[in-house]
Write a protein that binds this ligand. Structure first.
Ligand SMILES: C[S@@+](CC[C@H](N)C(=O)[O-])C[C@H]1O[C@@H](n2cnc3c(N)ncnc32)[C@H](O)[C@@H]1O
Length: 279
């Protein structure tokens, strides 16, 4: 999910916030929309303009005609979007000991004061999926553990893992601009054990990690599942997020078939976290 491109926002006015909205959002995600914002009965969905296909959108609108009152298209040229994003960026509390903020905010004096300069990458702590994993990291014992942060964005989860005692963190991210931002965030947070790696699942180093942190959409999890499994050994833990409550069973089935044991799940606003261990 990147903001270094021209984006198109489709703003839907819905009849009400009905449960089907999660299925609707999943279907919009499947046609390339990668960011969503809900405010009462208004749903804003964002897509890089290069991926926008009007015909596919019309198809979806027809399918969900019963609960869409209207929709409009708003263009966000790169520069405006970036400014808007930065001006909206507020510090976010992960828990009582941890805050994420930008360097232009006051220090928080929390034990874990993570500085993420938002620029254009995903991973500021404002999204449920980032928070679900970030909060869960405090339940884990990361001391001297090795970590793979897959789809690392700003490197927020890697930075937190290092602060929680990890001895080695490999952060693999497909987007080069996100990686530039991540490397700056590593310097700002005085990180020493994180390595940012350009690429997809094929670029995961040939190692077995104690923990995999995977906040990525359902389709990418499925696509990269074999690569992720290769990076696990007996008792490796994986924290999956980035998908909806309605997809939990699908991801569970896939994981069980691949020799993972489901330990527990968590939810925030219908976004899911699944924590598993390799048998
Ligand atoms: C939802 S964001 C998560 C960012 C950050 N880890 C967090 O928790 O906030 C997913 C990230 O995965 C990256 N990504 C998508 N597909 C990928 C792939 N096949 N391999 C590596 N990274 C990928 C995206 O560019 C994006 O930065």
């Amino acid at each position: 999910m990147l903001f270094s491109l021209d984006y198109i926002e489709i703003q839907f006015v819905l009849k009400e916030r009905v449960p089907i909205i999660d299925v609707f959002i999943q279907e919009i995600a499947d046609i390339g929309f990668d960011a969503f914002q809900e405010n009462l009965n208004i749903l804003s969905s964002y897509i890089p303009s290069i991926n926008y296909n009007k015909k596919k959108l019309k198809g979806l609108v027809n399918k969900y005609n019963d609960f869409i009152i209207s929709f409009k298209e708003i263009n966000h040229p790169y520069e405006n979007w970036n400014k808007k994003w930065e001006s909206c960026f507020q510090p976010i509390l992960i828990n009582e000991n941890c805050q994420v903020r930008a360097s232009f905010h006051q220090p928080s004096y929390k034990k874990y004061d993570i500085i993420i300069n938002p620029e254009m990458s995903f991973g500021t702590g404002h999204h449920e999926t980032t928070r679900l994993i970030a909060k869960d990291l405090f339940k884990q014992d990361l001391k001297n553990k090795t970590i793979l942060d897959f789809g690392s964005g700003t490197a927020i989860l890697s930075i937190l893992a290092e602060k929680l005692g990890a001895k080695e963190v490999d952060a693999v991210e497909i987007d080069k601009n996100a990686n530039k931002n991540a490397n700056k965030n590593l310097v700002t947070n005085n990180c020493k054990v994180i390595k940012i790696i350009d690429g997809d699942g094929n670029s995961i180093p040939h190692k077995k990690y104690d923990y995999l942190l995977v906040n990525i959409n359902k389709n990418t999890i499925i696509k990269e599942f074999t690569n992720l499994l290769k990076a696990m050994k007996k008792n490796s833990m994986v924290l999956f997020s980035g998908f909806f409550e309605s997809d939990i069973d699908y991801i569970k089935d896939l994981s069980i078939k691949s020799g993972l044991k489901i330990l527990y799940s968590d939810l925030e606003n219908q976004w899911a976290l699944l924590v598993m261990k390799k048998k």
